[in-house]
Design a protein around this ligand. Structure first.
Ligand code: UDP
Length: 160
């Protein structure tokens, strides 16, 4: 019979996770990080960032025409956020499953074990972000973790 692919050789994938301002403000960072490692993700990189309006607008550019956009930008700039790169096999889809549906108030009923059910409040304040596709993950990871060219200011990205 064919040999099984071992964990050591399985294809790893990266996704971007964000603990949003409400999640940090309500002190959920440790609980969220425990859920992350209990589910087999490795945190490859992390940054605590205060987003400014430009950064939040650019990160959520795909939603710029939506009625909730300006409120979303206000929310995402209302306090610091914790940005993390997560690695695991099937990381993008598995992180989306772990965080649960967008509307945290509904998640509490339909997905009670999800992270958004645990620490989110409603459709906007849902305490965490997860990339929705492999392509989004790549864009979002390089948005926050750009390779620094030699001679560029090292604090560049902490001003976002
Ligand atoms: N959001 C909102 N109102 C809505 C839909 C979304 O305030 O009607 C916020 C919410 O914080 C959500 C973010 O905008 O997480 C991005 O929306 P998206 O539809 O991409 O949801 P997600 O992929 O984060 O579940």
């Amino acid at each position: 019979s064919l040999p099984c692919r071992s964990d050591a050789t399985a294809e790893k994938e990266m996704t971007l996770a964000i603990i949003k301002p409400d999640g940090l403000y309500d002190n959920y960072a440790d609980k969220i990080k425990n859920a992350i490692s209990d589910s087999g993700f490795r945190i490859l990189n992390e940054r605590l960032v205060q987003l400014d309006e430009d950064a939040a607008m650019s990160f959520y550019a795909e939603h710029s025409s939506r009625s909730f956009f300006s409120d979303l930008v206000k929310y995402m700039t209302s306090g610091p956020v914790l940005i993390m790169v997560l690695e695991k096999e099937n990381a993008v889809a598995d992180w989306r499953t772990l965080i649960g549906p967008t509307d945290a108030s509904k998640a509490k009923i339909t997905h009670p074990n999800s992270i958004r059910a645990m620490c989110g409040k409603d459709l906007q304040r849902n305490c965490v972000h997860g990339s929705d596709s492999l392509l989004s993950a790549q864009r979002e990871i390089s948005f926050f973790f750009k390779e620094k060219s030699p001679g560029s200011g090292s604090m560049e990205h902490d001003e976002l």
